[in-house]
Design a binder for this molecule. Sequence first.
Ligand code: HEC
Length: 291
Amino acid sequence: MSHRRHLFYGAGLALLSTAPALAQEAAAPVAPTSAEASLRLMWVMLGVLAVVLLLFIVLLVGLLAFLKPVLRKLYDQPAVHNSWSGRVLGLLVGDARLMQGEVRDELLDHDYDGIHEFDNDLPPWWKYGFAFTTVFAVCYLTYYHVLKTGQLQGAEYATEMQQAALLVATTSDDPNQLTTYTALTAPAELSSGKGLFTTNCAPCHGASAEGKVGPNLTDEYWLHGGEVNHIYRTIKFGVNGKGMVAWKGKLSGKQILQVSSYILSLQGSKPANAKPPQGEKEAPAKTLAVR
Ligand code: HEC
């Protein structure tokens, strides 16, 4: 019996001794990070705002119901009745003339096999809607089809696929496994590429990529391939023992693609002092036509 009791006490002690540790463990994750706290505060504030707004609306509706007879009297005065602000007032007292237009309910004298027509105005909401959609259509047409500033669905899709390809960076570090990028063409990407080129590459390849220590990058001759994924590979892994540095680790995958695309955008730019061609001639690299 006593043997058992000892066991029991022992287990109890063990439990007790772990209790503070458990409490500590439980306490640690409860303390909210500052981001969580501010998020919670935001929700509380939004909740309060919603309640205040609801109260305000209820009060306003109550007030209107209370004042309706007075407003109606005001509205019925001819001077008010026919003014613009009077029509807005009309909405509050139950006359929807502002939205519906004048409803005269006079029958036209046509008779279409026994069907008669009213001679009512087009509802103003309809007329404003018509005017708005007309203006909108002109702007839309100009933006997308005349000036071609906006991207249509196809082009937008292509751009998004390009960006997605950047996110799914090929983590492979095998130089033999080519990437499957298409050259970027968006002006913002190319100008980032230009910035990267000027700071990192111009010392060896020249400010206009005309070639110095490194080869001319604006002609059709390539030592290591002129397709965007070949250029990408050359930049990422460098050319061992030939003075071309490997840029992986120094530039991100996205930056390498930007600078590769920038180089391709210089094809045929014929800069001054161009270095003579090196390597093999390749047909101009295909770039995806995105506008
Ligand atoms: C230290 C000098 C140096 C710097 C800096 C340098 N390169 Fe090079 N680059 C070279 C040399 C040299 C070669 C030629 C390698 C060879 O002979 O195979 C080369 C080759 C290349 C090629 C291959 C050209 C072909 O004909 O296939 C590309 C593309 C290229 N560099 C892009 C870049 C880019 C982009 C940068 C900047 C991020 C850069 N280089 C920075 C020296 C440099």
